[in-house]
Design a protein around this ligand. Structure first.
Ligand SMILES: [Zn+2]
Length: 682
């Protein structure tokens, strides 16, 4: 039920792998070694850096690293994540073999979960049996009241039943934790997949309906019944999609903030009882909630009254199966993968151990992460990267002091926000307590279900309690980073503090271009078009004068226009308004990293290597972070749902706005690597 995007947390990149979509790389040791230092073998010198810097910096890498069959994208993030998975694989193998592990300990839980997921014979023999009690509950629903109780029950197990509930820091009072409910209930990645007329989306819709039908046949339905039922599911989901907010609309914090009491809630959704719903979740004491998308819930309320009960049973049965198919026997796994393959372009299923590691990272991530950092994260790494981060903060501070268009009032508030911004490196000070979760050696799918329920309870139990500031949103082994506007903090998990992002052996110019860029990116999120709406205490509160805001918004429009002109998969345009925040963070972040590098003692010591000046090394380091290949289906998926620009434009679009880059590579004024006019945000 994690409704992450309603929390407006800005992550560095889209999660490259999911339990469904990813695959096994078979990465060689040679590929790992080549990730150290300045990677001149990644270059394609037949391309001019002034024509397409991304292709110049990464073309050699792209040719040498085709996407492995089980993946939809393949890049530096995937490679690093695969190394982390190898480490975790070993940890889990060891834990599963540890027969002395104390019952109830983290070691017992991570070991038993892994064992249950790897026990393919037991999983295949059980078939659908472990889900039967849940299927029976759905079959036995009588009347609207029971239907609504079942929706709450399924949501707690991790089923995407119509919508989701979570907790969040109150946008307007960050000291408070409130409940939030948001749109959901779709089996395809986004509303656009249901609504767009484009033939490629139409083809995916047709494939989805067939996929639902085949899945229901696996449950024992006749071909004719399954086809009819698939049509009913598609009809319900299309109605929900029509009432859903677009990705772009959801980026506006005020558009997803509608705290309502029970009277207001009941008025908005006359056919849905929130009092009963909260009680069914185990929280009868709740008296209000942020109904993030009122239009969606109004439509849902209408649907509840107009769609026959039997159709709801069909829909819930499908959503239950869709949630748990990856953890069932082979026919369900294969059918599920067929659809994922259609959506992402991945051509083969991941090996079982990879899928189990991924599932375990999701549901027991901090227990796994604790073992991971003990093995992989020396304290020395922390000191070195903090040094870079502090240089970046100093660069932003001095920018804010000197920026010409800003009035003293806005300037003071911006500097105050930066001073209040928290920074965290590596892993949490306090580890998550999994003692209330019971994990055994199988059935696997029931471990997943209990872990989902545990996590949902843990989240909902935070409502109306003080904010726990020690908590991390990402596990330590994650290859990513994030800015949280309600906490006003930047977070860099241990997983990303490794080559090629940070490499003690690499020239410092490269490190500033890579991890420095990442750190500058997250810091800038506090001041992008979305982050800048929150103050230093994490409250949605304006700190801008009207004139300064207007100036800033004019700057932002330049970015929207620039990125809207880019396309992927032939004809699909990047949504400039969706990627604005990330594009601003890239531009501001890279500029800060460059300034921090120049202000550091390393700049004076830096040497030209193989003909590349320190500044050129810096920009190569930055481009190498995004070295990747992507399948057309996945590119389309990302452009539809992901607030990050495609990798190539994260490099070329950003550099086209940086005179520092143009000077470093002697780019002439009229070149595709010079934006006309240049966008300046910070
Ligand atoms: Zn970001």
């Amino acid at each position: 039920m994690r409704l992450t995007h309603y929390l407006l947390i800005s992550v560095l990149c889209a999660v490259p792998l999911s339990v469904f979509a990813a695959g096994k790389p078979g990465i060689s040791d040679a590929a790992v070694t080549s990730m150290e230092g300045l990677h001149l073998d990644w270059l394609d010198r037949s391309v001019s850096p002034a024509q397409n810097f991304y292709a110049f910096a990464n073309g050699g890498w792209q040719k040498a690293n085709p996407i492995p069959p089980a993946y939809s994208t393949w890049g530096t993030f995937n490679i690093l994540q695969n190394q982390n998975e190898d480490t975790i694989h070993q940890i889990l193998e060891d834990a599963a073999k540890d027969t002395q592990a104390q019952p109830g300990s983290d070691t017992q839980k991570i070991g038993d979960f892994y064992y249950s997921g790897m026990d393919e014979a037991a999983i295949n023999q059980a078939g659908i049996k472990p889900l039967e009690p849940e299927l029976e509950r759905i079959a036995n629903i009588e009347g609207q009241k029971q239907l609504q109780a079942e929706i709450a029950h399924l949501q707690m197990l991790g089923v995407n039943a119509l919508f989701g509930m979570d907790q969040m820091q109150d946008f307007k009072d960050s000291t408070k934790v409130i409940g939030v409910v948001g749109q959901g209930g779709l089996g395809l990645p986004d509303r656009d997949y249901y609504l767009k007329k484009d033939p490629k989306f139409a083809k995916i819709r047709a494939a989805y309906v067939q996929h639902i039908a085949r899945s229901l046949e696996l449950l024992g339905d006749t071909q004719g019944n399954a086809a009819r039922e698939a049509g009913i599911v598609m009809d319900i989901e299309t109605h929900l999609a029509k009432a859903s907010m677009s990705q772009v609309q959801q980026r506006d914090p005020l558009a997803v903030y509608h705290v309502m009491n029970l009277v207001q809630l009941d008025k908005t959704t006359p056919n849905f009882s929130w009092q009963d719903y909260f009680a069914n979740l185990g929280h009868p004491e709740l008296k209000s909630v942020n109904l993030a998308m009122p239009k969606f819930f109004k439509a849902m309320s209408n649907e509840l009254a107009s769609v026959p009960l039997n159709n709801w049973k069909i829909y819930l049965r499908w959503q239950l199966l869709d949630a748990f198919a990856p953890y069932l026997s082979q026919p369900f796994v294969d059918e599920d993968f067929k659809m994922q393959s259609m959506l992402t372009g991945a051509k083969a299923l991941l090996p079982r151990w990879k899928r189990v590691v991924s599932a375990e990272n999701n549901v027991l991530g901090f227990a796994v992460g604790k073992a991971y950092v003990e093995k992989k994260f020396p304290p020395s790494s922390k000191a070195a990267v903090l040094d870079i981060l502090h240089g970046i903060r100093a660069a932003l501070h001095s920018d804010m002091e000197t920026i010409s268009w800003m009035s003293p009032k806005t300037r003071e508030a911006a500097i105050k926000k930066l001073a209040l911004m928290g920074e965290r490196i590596g892993y949490p000070d306090k580890w998550r307590d999994y003692s209330a979760l019971s994990i055994d050696r199988g059935p696997y799918v029931l471990n997943v279900m209990r872990a989902n329920e545990f996590e949902n309870n843990r989240e909902l139990n935070k409502i109306d309690k003080p904010v726990d500031k020690s908590e991390w949103f990402m596990t330590p082994q994650t290859v990513n980073a994030y800015y949280d506007p309600s906490m006003n903090n930047i977070n860099f998990p241990a997983g990303i503090l490794q080559p090629p992002f940070f490499d003690p052996q690499a020239p410092m110019a490269v490190n500033y271009g890579a991890i420095g860029y990442v750190m500058g990116h997250e810091t800038t999120h506090g001041f992008d078009d979305q982050g800048s709406k929150f103050d230093g205490h994490g409250n949605l509160k304006n700190w801008w004068t009207r004139a300064d805001k207007r100036h800033f918004e004019k700057n932002v429009k330049c970015i929207v226009k620039q990125f809207s002109s880019y396309t992927v998969d032939g004809d699909v345009h990047v949504q400039g308004k969706l990627v604005t925040g990330e594009a601003i963070a890239d531009l501001g972040g890279l500029k800060l990293a460059w300034r921090a590098f120049h202000a550091s003692p390393y700049y004076k010591e830096a040497k030209t290597i193989d003909g590349f000046t320190p500044d050129q090394q810096f920009f190569l380091g930055a481009a190498h972070v995004w070295a990747s290949n992507i399948r057309p289906a996945e590119a389309r998926n990302r452009v539809t749902t992901d607030p990050h620009p495609p990798a190539m434009y994260r490099v070329n679009g950003t550099l086209a706005n940086l005179p520092q880059f143009q000077q470093a590579f002697h780019v002439p004024g009229k070149s595709p690597m010079v934006n006309q006019p240049i966008c300046v945000i910070w």
